[in-house]
Design a binder for this molecule. Structure first.
Ligand code: SF4
Length: 321
């Protein structure tokens, strides 16, 4: 069953097309990772999904209902099923309010405050480590991990079915990151949530996601089950991201690909394959023909004229030879 579907989404800021024809499917109960360099369009997708940025084209379907086809009242109700976890939660918490007030605030704003709901929120807060002694503190008296827990409980107060988490572990120590990821996974299973997790940190994505979609310059270039995709990427960009981010085992160190050049501007994307100017495998065809995102076996999809073998990773030297 699908929790959310984004189809052929286009997002524009004035004349800049930040997202160009992206389709994504988030299944119920799964965690889908969306990865790519900063500026590739992944945060624009998060903003569009939670209703902070309109789609210039394409559709968004939440639990079977397409937002472009329902009344504005129904659209608001559907969009409330999705909550965004901000990258910097401390900035979204009013500095003068106590944790207790911050946790009650979403219920009061929505007019959904009842003693039973408030009791459930407090129980949830305590169960994830926000005990009584923290409830009277203000945001500046919280650690990074505690501030994220407050933001998480505030998001859950709306009783969402989908959480969009934008770089949820950014700026946290490794051990705190691990605790937060374990907590997110436990809450997903306990509350039947689905997550869209946006991150440039592939160690985080590899640890908690079921499937992953890789973005480059406003488009999806590869997607598939996380374990299979990380083990054997089919798109050269995915391979480059993985080799730069992950601690490869000793037998694979020779496969490291270092990307040359900066991410081109989305206002003037390269012709043909948008990655061709940085791709170590580029051929003449790549600068002319746009590669379509093609579905393959094992729920894998890749947009590349010369995909790497998914049975074994191919090096640039092998192609040149
Ligand atoms: Fe590289 Fe060509 Fe594939 Fe693009 S289509 S990723 S340039 S090999």
């Amino acid at each position: 069953m699908t929790a959310l579907t984004l189809k052929d989404a286009v997002i524009r800021y004035d004349r800049l097309t930040a997202v160009d024809g992206v389709s994504l499917e988030l299944r119920r109960g799964e965690t889908l990772g969306l990865v790519g360099e900063s500026g590739c369009g992944k945060s624009s997708i998060a903003r569009a999904i939670v209703g902070l940025q309109p789609l210039a084209d394409g559709t968004l379907t939440i639990e079977g209902e397409t937002l472009q086809e329902v009344s504005s009242q129904r659209k608001q109700a559907l969009q409330r099923k999705i909550q965004l976890l901000f990258q910097d939660p401390a900035a979204s918490l009013s500095p003068r309010m106590t944790v207790r007030s911050l946790l009650a605030e979403p219920l009061k704003i929505r007019g959904t405050y009842t003693p039973e709901r408030w009791a459930r929120i407090l129980e949830l807060a305590v169960s994830i480590g926000l005990g009584e002694q923290l409830l009277s503190r203000c945001p500046h008296q919280l650690s990074g991990g505690q501030a994220r827990r407050v933001a998480l409980v505030r998001a859950l107060a709306a009783e969402p079915s989908i959480i969009v988490a934008d770089e949820p572990t950014a700026g946290l120590d490794i051990s705190v990151q691990g605790d937060l990821l374990n907590l997110l996974r436990a809450l997903r299973d306990r509350l039947g949530l689905s997550y869209l997790l946006i991150s440039h940190n592939l160690n985080v994505v590899g640890r908690v996601t079921d499937r992953v979609a890789v973005m480059y310059l406003g488009q999806i270039v590869e997607s598939g089950p996380t374990a299979a995709l990380f083990r054997a990427p089919a798109h050269p960009y995915t391979q480059a991201l993985l080799s730069a981010n992950l601690t490869l085992d000793a037998s694979r160190r020779g496969e490291r690909i270092v990307l040359s050049g900066e991410l081109p501007s989305p206002s003037n994307p390269p012709s043909g394959c948008r990655f061709h100017k940085r791709c170590p495998f580029a051929q003449p065809k790549c600068s002319i023909d746009v590669p379509a995102l093609q579905a393959g076996p094992g729920e894998r999809s890749v947009a590349c004229h010369f995909p790497l073998s998914t049975a074994s990773v191919v090096t640039p030297q092998a192609i040149a030879g």
